[in-house]
Write a protein that binds this ligand. Structure first.
Ligand SMILES: NC(=O)c1ccc[n+]([C@@H]2O[C@H](COP(=O)([O-])OP(=O)(O)OC[C@H]3O[C@@H](n4cnc5c(N)ncnc54)[C@H](O)[C@@H]3O)[C@@H](O)[C@H]2O)c1
Length: 440
């Protein structure tokens, strides 16, 4: 049914600042990529906001605009970059060190990349045991550190002349710790900041500072930065869009493409064994079992939610799911993943599928950073706040608006929800594939 009116979306006038806590491989591949695209050197492959289309009306209507012609998104020329890191390297040096992009490309962008210099980070080694760097803030309390981050943001916004700012966490994976009483309410969290509670992670300090200033925040790592009730409360109170967590790339992307297909055809699953070799700094950080635990949690949840063993006990009641990441320096950012999938067909006959994905981690993650920055800015201008479930498409472990709701992991349902949300904001008919006519 056609909706009468869309949502009132404020125009994307002026500049959009994109702030990145953590300026390593993913962040610099994203920044250099946007610079290369706006100079016409490369194409933004993998980005829905830049290359995706959206069908409107019936298939016979022939109306399929590009998404960025359909809704008002910030243009690439209007983006300014900033961020924080514990290392002093500017974006050119960090991108060179990360070794993801061709040096010839980086050299063409050198002048512009060198201008992006990391601000001093909020960092505590207890949360990322394998790292230590010189570019770190000092503060009397954790609240003091949060206020310093807020000052950084205000300064960045003024210096770059930005109308709006969004943040996407691209920092390392912190050790796994469940939220505590400190995280239960905004008041207890703020008391914890003032008392420098050990329960509060650096990633939570950035998230708090951004939400306090009304800045949309996306959490690219498995860290518990936005999940605690205190953060959700702050996002609602200040009407800020938030989403996370852990960019869906590589092996988990493959899982959420394949598993819905097995389920659609009612093929059973006995086991899914996933292993990876990875040699970048992220791999080094994940070599610490406590950081890996955070990743393992986001990676393991996927299959249960897609396959719904409670509804299909004969097919998915008992399967073994194992995920391993092995740090292997020679591979750098070029991760190799192997999946062995034991499936079961008619009358219980077993079959095997092997997937060998020679992927490039940051090449898969960079367009996600761009889309999240542009879509969360759009969400804010559209008055959408709190958890942005329509952006589940991008996450290994999508946040849900309430703890009773299970996350939607099926990539195709996620994409349908994302596009229907865009249609809704424009007051266009949602596409449900349920029309009365064959051609609906
Ligand atoms: N590349 C992918 O496909 C992918 C997918 C999902 C999630 N991720 C996550 O994205 C994050 C970034 O990945 P990457 O490959 O760029 O890693 P990276 O190690 O190259 O970059 C992370 C950067 O964060 C910095 N950092 C760590 N703690 C910080 C802090 N408190 N404040 C500011 N900076 C801090 C580090 O110094 C480093 O430069 C990781 O958490 C990773 O797990 C990546």
């Amino acid at each position: 049914m056609a909706l009468k009116k869309g949502v009132d979306v404020k125009p994307a006038t002026g500049k959009l600042g994109i702030l990145l806590p953590g300026m390593g491989a993913v962040a610099t591949t994203f920044i250099a990529g946007v610079m290369a695209v706006r100079r016409g050197i490369s194409k933004p492959i993998g980005s829905l906001t830049q290359m995706g289309t959206i069908r409107l009306g019936k298939r016979t209507d022939g109306k399929t605009p590009k998404i960025n012609d359909y809704i008002s998104l910030a243009q690439l020329d209007d983006i300014e970059f900033g961020g924080w890191d514990i290392f002093l390297d500017n974006a050119y040096e960090a991108a060179t060190r990360a070794g993801v992009l061709d040096q010839r490309l980086l050299d063409q962008l050198k002048d512009e990349l060198e201008q992006v210099k990391p601000m001093p980070a909020v960092f505590e080694q207890a949360w990322v045991k394998k790292l230590n760097g010189p570019n770190v803030k000092k503060g009397a309390t954790k609240m003091d550190l949060a206020e310093q981050v807020m000052d950084d943001i205000k300064r960045f916004k003024a210096e770059k002349g930005c109308d709006r700012v969004v943040a996407v966490w691209c920092g390392s994976t912190e050790v796994y710790r469940k939220p505590t009483e400190t995280h239960a309410t905004l008041a207890s969290f703020e008391a914890g900041l003032r008392a420098s509670s050990d329960d509060i992670a650096p990633s939570q300090i950035y998230a708090y500072a951004c939400l306090k200033l009304g800045i949309p925040y996306s959490n690219g790592a498995p860290n518990m930065a936005l999940d605690p009730p205190a953060m959700v409360e702050l996002a609602r109170k200040n009407s800020v869009p938030i989403c996370g967590k852990d960019f869906k790339t590589g092996q988990t992307l493959m899982k959420t493409i394949l598993a819905p297909g097995f389920k659609a055809r009612l093929l059973g699953l006995q086991g899914w064994y996933s292993t990876n070799i990875l040699g970048n700094r992220d791999g080094e950080v994940l070599d610490d079992p406590d950081s890996f635990k955070s990743k393992e949690v986001t990676k393991l949840g996927v299959l249960d939610h897609i396959l719904q063993p409670e509804l299909y006990p004969d097919l998915y009641g008992h399967f073994d799911h194992v995920v391993r990441i092995n740090y292997y320096p020679p591979r750098g950012d070029n991760k190799e993943g192997w999946d062995n999938i034991d499936i079961v067909g008619w009358l219980g006959y077993p079959m095997q599928i092997k997937v060998n994905f020679l992927c490039r981690d940051s090449i898969l993650a960079a367009p996600i950073v761009l889309d999240l920055a542009l879509f969360t800015d759009f969400a804010q201008r559209a008055g959408m706040h709190g958890v942005q479930e329509w952006l589940s498409f991008y996450w290994k472990m999508p946040m849900t608006p309430s703890p009773e709701l299970y996350p939607e992991h099926d990539l195709f349902i996620q994409l349908m929800k994302l596009k229907n949300t865009l249609r809704y904001t424009k007051g266009d008919e949602l596409i449900t594939h349920l029309g009365a006519e064959y051609y609906d």
